[in-house]
Design a protein around this ligand. Structure first.
Ligand code: SF4
Length: 648
């Protein structure tokens, strides 16, 4: 294995990377690579905050490739996986001249399921897609990887396409696993085998957590035999882990189970009682779907389970579903040996029943550890049990897979302090390293804190924000992101700017996220108004983005049952939820949003934080201290003058 200093030198001015076009050696990048190599040498856990522009991808790829250890690299999204695997990894391998096998593994929804494709043929409910199914079958004979993305326009992103994609791909629920007649030719199996045999595997956080939770039984774990795990975009992990470490049963899962059992009873022809039970389950779940609509209004709202299930009518519906599911499982049990399909639906019914009972039963041992809640979905909803804290489970995960663990992101610390992040994942003993961005914020950027805006809970707040930001957008000639903290503010601000500005105003929801971002970058002077999904993972370099406006501090909206339970748990142990949870999380999110502004050493821009609490409340100092060191402006004239200067 190479020494930490070797990694630093390779990325230094005299190293081979310096020959790459556009590569600038950065001390922070070299320091990060050396620290990761050190973590490899000692099998340690390391948490690294790498400010924007550090070049953290190369900083972990170099030690990962030189270590000779089997490494999983997990990132946040499929797009980032693709970038890492198809762009960064090949470049670094070429420079280092390293061999070894590499693999990209995506979630199973990205691969063709041969078994389900064959079953889809001739199904009455898919008659509308007959032509496209034939084209899929034609492609299936040629494809090596089975990745559905190869189908291009044949599977776009409208609802019909999504419905078809669901029919020809598998879920952990409906996959037959080793019982499948197509197991040996299966694309999911092939992709996982390639990943298990590779030295470096690029996966995503969902797969990593599902793998640990053994959600894909019968496929062998990717994590087993791994020496190191590098988690990029690691700020996303605590929330995602809570989803995976909990239990969830959705009305859709139950309806799909009932439908698949019915399909089997039709094929067998001699199981009338089972068919009747499946129909009863479906009818009971339909009642549950109606209950979701009645209580949650058909929206994506969340409620604590006790509030959802508080009347006798609600109890009755939940009891009926539980009884039908239990009866279905019982009737399936003696049929396990009959065929693979019946064995698979039995396993699904048993798993769903276990989760159903877990979510709905009184479980005193989980009291105070889990929160039970429901969520409305497009049709129906889900019932959930989510751990309030994930540190214990995550610690267990690292104990089961000991070795090197690296967690990195541009936003993990509060000032110099990593306690919030380390505590959330049980990483108290991990080494921590904070590397500031190499950008010259004092030269490149300004922070503008306007005067005179009302309190954010004032009914006229969004209008006042519009009035305050309009002159700035005009002074800069557009090139602005307006990041909102709620859909209500998004609508109000989007509508208002759309009627007052002469620049092109793009509002989240008008088109897909990527189409809006492409249009924004191409226009060069547009204004994009967005909420949550635009706060992170957006990389617009250059003049097209020169002004980032944040309407208010991104405190989590009250009312989310999981969040409320976390607040309550902190209170119970005598802590202060505001300083231990709400403020730290708002700061991480704010830093993500602010991080959109300067993406390159030649970028220049202004960050405007509208929320008056930043200057009026004592915690405002902590907020400001967490941002890159930008000169502050308080007067609109000065902010406009700066924008005119950088837009000229
Ligand atoms: S093993 Fe699962 S994913 Fe593979 S073909 Fe069979 S059902 Fe589909």
């Amino acid at each position: 294995m190479s020494e930490p200093d070797d990694c630093a030198q390779l990325l230094g001015p005299a190293g081979p990377f310096a020959q790459l076009p556009g590569f600038a050696p950065r001390a922070a990048q070299q320091q990060m690579a050396a620290a990761i190599m050190q973590a490899y040498a000692q099998s340690r856990a390391l948490v690294v905050e790498a400010g924007t522009g550090t070049g953290k991808t190369y900083a972990y790829l170099v030690p990962a490739l030189l270590s000779g250890q089997r490494t999983l690299i997990s990132t946040g999204t499929r797009t980032l996986q693709d970038q890492l695997f198809h762009r960064d990894l090949p470049r670094v391998r070429e420079v280092l001249r390293t061999g070894g096998r590499i693999a990209l593994l995506k979630g199973r929804a990205n691969y063709l399921c041969l078994y389900r494709m064959k079953r889809a043929r001739g199904q009455a409910q898919l008659r509308w897609a007959e032509d496209r199914l034939r084209a899929v079958e034609d492609w299936a004979r040629r494809t090596q990887s089975g990745e559905l993305s190869e189908l291009g326009a044949l599977l776009g992103d409208d609802r019909e396409d999504e419905a078809l994609a669901r029919q020809i791909s598998s879920t952990a629920d409906n996959c037959l696993g080793s019982r499948c007649p197509d197991f040996e030719k299966c694309h999911v199996v092939a992709a996982r085998r390639a990943a298990q045999a590779a030295d470096v595997v690029v996966i995503n956080h969902h797969l990593l957590l599902a793998d640990f939770m053994l959600k894909d039984k019968g496929f062998g774990q990717i994590l087993s035999g791994v020496d190191a795990v590098i988690i990029d975009e690691a700020h996303q992990l605590p929330d995602l882990a809570a989803d995976f470490f909990g239990r969830r049963v959705s009305t859709r899962q139950l309806q799909e189970l009932a439908r698949d059992v019915l399909l089997e009873t039709n094929n067998c022809g001699d199981l009338p009682q089972l068919a009747e039970t499946a129909q009863r389950l479906s009818a009971d779940v339909t009642q549950l779907e109606q209950l979701f609509i009645a209580v949650l209004g058909g929206g994506a709202a969340r409620l604590p389970l006790p509030r959802f299930a508080q009347g006798p009518a609600q109890h009755r519906v939940l009891d009926l579903v539980g009884e039908s599911l239990s009866a279905l499982r019982q009737q399936l049990a003696p049929l396990e040996e009959r065929n693979a399909e019946l064995a698979a639906v039995l396993e699904r019914a048993a798993n769903l029943l276990e989760s159903w009972n877990h979510v709905l039963d009184e479980a005193p041992e989980e009291e105070g550890k889990e929160v039970r809640w429901v969520e409305g979905l497009l049709r129906g909803g889900s019932l959930n049990a989510t751990p309030i804290e994930v540190a214990e489970d995550f610690r267990r995960m690292r104990e089961r897979y000991p070795g090197t663990w690296v967690f990195t992101s541009a936003t993990l610390a509060l000032g110099e302090d990593f306690t919030h992040y380390q505590r959330a994942l049980g990483l108290e003993e991990a080494d921590a390293l904070k590397l500031d961005s190499p950008f010259d914020y004092a030269q490149q950027a300004r922070l503008y804190l306007p005067r005179g805006l009302p309190e954010p809970n004032d009914p006229g707040y969004s209008l006042a924000v519009c009035n305050a930001i309009t002159p700035l957008i005009q002074a800069g000639g557009g090139g602005a992101f307006v990041l909102c903290t709620s859909h209500r503010a998004l609508r109000q601000i989007g509508e208002r700017l759309g009627t007052t500005l002469r620049q092109r105003v793009l509002v989240q929801g008008q088109d897909s996220r990527s189409a809006l971002l492409d249009a924004f970058a191409e226009d060069g002077n547009a204004v994009l108004v967005g909420t949550a999904s635009f706060w992170e993972g957006v990389d617009v370099k250059g003049r097209a983005l020169r002004l980032v406006i944040i309407d208010r501090l991104p405190f989590a909206a009250p009312g989310d049952p999981v969040y409320e339970a976390r607040i309550e748990a902190i209170r119970r142990r005598g802590g202060t939820p505001f300083f231990e949870l709400q403020l730290p999380e708002a700061i991480v999110m704010l830093r993500q949003g602010a991080g959109r502004l300067i993406r390159d050493p030649s970028d220049r821009g202004l960050l405007m934080l509208c929320d008056p609490r930043i200057t009026q409340k004592s915690y405002g100092r902590r907020v400001l201290a967490s941002l890159p060191p930008m000169p502050q402006l308080r007067e609109a004239e000065a902010a406009c003058a700066f924008l005119k200067e950088i837009s000229a």
